[in-house]
Design a protein around this ligand. Structure first.
Ligand SMILES: [Zn+2]
Length: 137
């Protein structure tokens, strides 16, 4: 489930909750009076306290969830920064001693001529093995 659809589901749940709670409040403060309910602070005060507590217990985590989902969606939508060029990261060029061409990265290959695998650097133009460390960056 993506962040946007999670946010949409949380928003639907919160709006549904408040819709159903207002229906229940309408039953208590509307319909029950038609059946003889007598208003009294004795039952109204605990009723209001509990309903407001329920609202707060739902609203605070709901707002926190929507906030986190908003941040999650914004983080996914915001393009990542491309690495910036820094002179310290400049590639060192290598000059092939054989063909004299310059390149930034030598090819790396396995050399089995001594019986075991040994990584060697190769000129990408003439395939000369660059043995000297000073030849390779
Ligand atoms: Zn070369």
């Amino acid at each position: 489930m993506s962040g946007a659809s999670k946010g949409f589901a949380v928003a639907i749940a919160i709006f549904s909750f408040f819709g159903w709670m207002s229906r229940m409040d309408f039953i208590v403060h509307g319909i029950l009076y038609r059946y003889g309910l007598q208003f009294s602070y004795e039952w109204a005060n605990p009723y209001w306290t509990f309903t407001r507590t329920i609202y707060v217990c739902i609203a605070l985590p709901g707002a926190a969830s929507l906030g986190l989902l908003f941040l999650d969606v914004r983080r996914k939508v915001t393009p990542k920064r491309k690495p910036t060029f820094h002179p310290a990261n400049r590639l060192v060029t290598v000059t092939c001693p054989s063909c004299k061409k310059r390149f930034s990265n030598a090819l790396v290959m396995y050399d089995y001529s001594k019986g075991k695998a040994d990584l060697v650097n190769i000129c990408p133009y003439c395939n000369t093995v660059l043995r000297d460390k000073s030849q390779v960056n």
